[in-house]
Ligand binder design. Structure first.
Ligand SMILES: [Zn+2]
Length: 296
């Protein structure tokens, strides 16, 4: 079996794995992200992790998923989310430190690739994955290949407009009314606090206990997600939509029924027939998908 190393760089932790070409996770290494001196502190962690994971194995290459916009033509991290890094020639910096083939990509795109090849969308041709977490990301895979535009910076599915002049978006995004402003864990926590809850986790727990206000908040979130799915279904007509990410994994049973109904009722036929399913790789999706950037 051939192996690749996948690294999922996040704002709070770095998760790396030795991944077989059959999707097997042969080894995992996870560390708290050292953001003391980026990018150098982070690069040192990635190098140490690759050395640890690859020891004794013939490794085809290293894929790195990063939380931000990556220009695929140059491997430059244009701007990170949750890490103070911008305009960093990440591919060059990692490749010169490692004796290996290196590919750098967006974390949501990596999760989409992982779910497409080895997760909930395995066996399909066209899949679209949405990662609902602190923010909202995702990816589009067609015939096994990521579709992300001329520079690889597209497929930012959390930043499609679902409400003109709607809520301001999160982080450094200048937009308004984007999906992320309604469907992220951050958004659910904010709405939850306004309604007297502690955070998004509290809203989910109370929704499971059939609390009416919590269910109303999740109904709003599901409606926004459904609107996003209709837009994506009509633009891309995938076989399947996969809902991934920390919030997506925790809340799938609460939000997929309503979002799926809107997808079926409001898409131009037959685009609403796309399946809507929860992710299956959990927190390994980004790491496995990063390895898929270099697996044959
Ligand atoms: Zn946005």
């Amino acid at each position: 079996v051939a192996f690749a190393i996948g690294i999922d760089l996040g704002g709070t932790k770095i998760r790396g794995g030795l991944i077989g070409e059959d999707g097997e996770v042969a080894a995992v290494d996870e560390r708290a992200t050292d953001a003391s001196d980026p990018p150098n502190s982070v690069l040192a962690q990635i190098v140490a992790m690759v050395a640890e994971l690859g020891r004794g194995h013939d490794v085809l290459g290293v894929g790195v998923g990063v939380p931000g916009t990556v220009d695929a033509r140059t491997g430059t991290l244009v701007q990170a989310v949750n890490l103070p890094m911008r305009e960093i020639p990440l591919h060059e910096l990692i490749a010169t430190r490692l004796d290996a083939d290196v590919t750098v990509g967006n974390d949501g795109n990596c999760a989409a690739l992982g779910e497409h090849r080895f997760g909930a969308a395995a066996g399909t041709t066209h899949s679209v994955t949405l990662t609902l977490g602190t923010g909202v990301g995702g990816g589009i895979v067609a015939d096994g290949r990521l579709i992300a535009g001329a520079r690889g910076t597209g497929a930012e599915l959390g930043h499609i407009v679902i409400e003109r002049d709607g809520l301001p978006c999160q982080g450094s995004c200048p937009g308004r009314g984007h999906l992320e402003a309604y469907c992220s864990g951050t958004a659910l926590s904010a709405r939850g606090r306004e309604a007297g809850f502690i955070d998004a986790h509290d809203v989910l727990a109370r929704a499971d206990a059939r609390d009416a206000r919590a269910l109303e908040l999740l109904d709003d979130l599901s409606g926004a997600l459904g609107a996003g799915l209709v837009t994506l279904a009509n633009a891309l007509a995938p076989d399947v939509f996969v809902i991934a990410g920390g919030l997506g994994d925790a809340a799938a049973h609460l939000i997929l029924p309503t979002a799926g109904r809107i997808l079926r009722e409001q898409s131009l036929p037959p685009n609403g027939e796309a399946q809507l399913v929860p992710a299956t790789l959990g927190s390994d999706a980004g790491m496995i998908g990063a390895a898929c950037l270099v697996l044959p």
